[in-house]
Design a protein around this ligand. Structure first.
Ligand code: HEC
Length: 104
């Protein structure tokens, strides 16, 4: 009995770690389409954000200081202009993967 419970816990831990490793750019795009297009231009080569002052994703991708790490920490703090926008960790990974994929 004790062994069965331990085995269950182990497989659950391994399963979630494996699923969360790598961001999927396509999923990041879908998330951005649903949550960010109100203000940001998110398509490759589109620099015309609907909200004045919101940088286009293609622009963000090519700012040298916007490393993967910088993007991660940015998403872990609330947007200055959008205190309600808290991106779940799994979606952060996908978003970062998408934005990085726009880098020239
Ligand atoms: C209500 C409008 C609005 C929405 C919605 C919005 N943003 Fe922003 N975002 C802004 C504005 C304005 C700025 C630039 C000024 C600032 O940093 O506050 C910004 C800045 C950023 C930056 C930092 C750029 C830099 O150079 O510092 C990133 C990255 C970003 N947004 C990603 C996102 C993502 C991803 C989403 C969707 C999950 C999103 N934003 C949704 C308005 C918005």
């Amino acid at each position: 009995m004790r062994f069965a419970i331990a085995a269950l816990c182990l497989s659950a831990a391994v399963g979630s770690a494996g699923a969360a490793e790598v961001g999927v750019p396509e999923r990041g795009y879908l998330y951005a389409e649903a949550n960010c297009t109100e203000c940001h231009a998110i398509d490759r080569g589109d620099y015309d954000s609907p909200y004045y002052g919101a940088p286009a994703f293609s622009e963000i991708a090519n700012v040298p200081a916007m490393s993967e790490l910088a993007l991660y920490s940015f998403f872990q703090t609330p947007h200055p202009t959008m205190p309600n926008l808290i991106v779940p960790p799994g979606d952060i990974r996908d978003l970062v993967a998408y934005i990085r994929s726009l880098r020239k």
